[in-house]
Design a protein around this ligand. Sequence first.
Ligand SMILES: NC(=O)C1=CN([C@@H]2O[C@H](COP(=O)(O)OP(=O)(O)OC[C@H]3O[C@@H](n4cnc5c(N)ncnc54)[C@H](OP(=O)(O)O)[C@@H]3O)[C@@H](O)[C@H]2O)C=CC1
Ligand SMILES: CC(=O)C(=O)O
Ligand SMILES: [Mg+2]
Length: 540
Amino acid sequence: MTILLTPYRSNGIQKLSQSPATPKPGLTPPALNASIHAQRCLKQLRSKDKSIEKYIYLSHLKNEDPSIFYKLCLENMAEITPIIYTPTVGDACLQFSHIYRRPEGLYVSIKDKGNIRSVLNNWPKLDEARISVVTDGSRILGLGDLGVNGMGISIGKLSLYIAGAGIRPESTIPICLDLGTNNQKFLDDPFYLGNRHQRVSDKEMEEFMDEFMHEMFRAFPKLMVQFEDFSTDNAFKYLDRFRNKYAVFNDDIQGTGAVILSGFLNAAKIASAASGRPLTSHRILFFGAGSAGVGVAMQLQSFFTLQGRSIEEARRQIYLVDLEGLVYNARGRLPEYKKYFSRDDYSGPPMTNLLDIIDYAKPTALFGLSTVTGAFTPEVIRAMAANNPRPIIFPLSNPVRLSECSFADAVEHTHGAVLFASGSPFPQQQYGGRTLYPGQGNNMYIFPGLGLGAILARVSSVTDSMVEASSLELADSLTDEERSLGLLYPKIERIREISADIAKAVIRAAQNADVDRSNDLRKMSDSELLRFIHGKMWKP
Ligand SMILES: NC(=O)C1=CN([C@@H]2O[C@H](COP(=O)(O)OP(=O)(O)OC[C@H]3O[C@@H](n4cnc5c(N)ncnc54)[C@H](OP(=O)(O)O)[C@@H]3O)[C@@H](O)[C@H]2O)C=CC1
Ligand SMILES: CC(=O)C(=O)O
Ligand SMILES: [Mg+2]
């Protein structure tokens, strides 16, 4: 590890390759030692009281000395992930225009329409680019339209790509598209860093997106794009529009689908053992029917059909709830993405009370992707426990303050029986003399490995089979020790090992689907491929 003396100050790309192996005498204190310096940085981090101050400190450290930053991340994943990612990244995005210090990432604005190529060409390392996280800031976590402040989420996700899958820092491009914002508070804020107008029309956005994607893949031919936190309609629309043309996936729809299928599988095995119910006949109630809710529903349905259920049977195991309650045909007009799972077996008056819906659907699993804090009240949790010996309750909304319930509440009101995962982390709980561990059902377990596999196989598109492979691999990755502790997801400290396994599964799925462009990998045995993947990981 080297200690940087003169960080390269251009848009967050450090000249890692040119940092001196041994600092020149006189330019650093005589006893500066890399591993003690990492401890020094950790001590400085821990001395800060507020999580946003920790975020600012780490952000600064990453830009000054990425090697130390990523070393700290890898050695302290459980402590640092909640700072650089959810929940703190939510606050950082809210305050982005106020805490901004220096450029990082690439901003492409509606004003660049017709000229996007030249903006992309300004990126310092065109040949290096492999992965870009692109947001338009229109639905950042559950915090709504944050406009250009959404850059913080692209940066945070890419830090996890680097820490979690060993993507080279200089191969990542955080991008925020500035298509305006409908956030009046931001439009009135003199510090706001984006264009000061309402979001552009659908037609204008469509023309912009077509040009943007075309130019992205001309400028960066080896790229994979992750769409992040687009508002619901656009999340579905642009995934559909580009998925067969470019190497692109939507993290909120597909990444979340994969990670929740994985946690559900591990939870359902335990729940089925307690109830005697077959794994494939679980009933799942989604509180929240947006991009994440419907994305997870599609992934679960696909899994049930692969296990032998008919498409119709699998569809009927899923219930969606939105702002107007249970989603059913007789309710009236529905957006396209809700129609598929809309119930045709209920035609009564609108069913808006979650307790009534639980009573009607008798779900074995309840997922929250609604952004409604505390929607899983003690009564709701108790109703789940009354119907199921081991109820599966996943409040998945981010950040933590939008979670549908806390782990402590879920444990208390199910007498410790709950099988739990949340989008943002909660502390473990003591119950009946045992320690109970919450799972973190967050797409952060999927996208690093999925992205690594996709770029190593040089895929031309990201298929459903690749996403599904990532999910099944994650579900399988629990060790005996983790299973004995009742975990639904592996410990985050093992993220590199898990990402490598996921990347291998993704590469094999890409080969089976014939979307890979790296023939050499086809010739490798599984163990050779895994060694190759580990060898490709950047290490701080
Ligand atoms: N854990 C993870 O890995 C992930 C978590 N998420 C989190 O999930 C949440 C939702 O994201 P996303 O699906 O993209 O957002 P959307 O805005 O697309 O969806 C939100 C959904 O919640 C519904 N909803 C809102 N208020 C209520 C209410 N009072 N009662 C019932 N339903 C309600 C909305 O209803 P309507 O359709 O009627 O407007 C909509 O269907 C966010 O907090 C996000 O951070 C997202 C991706 C990954
Ligand atoms: C985790 C994530 O992608 C989200 O909350 O939007
Ligand atoms: Mg997201």
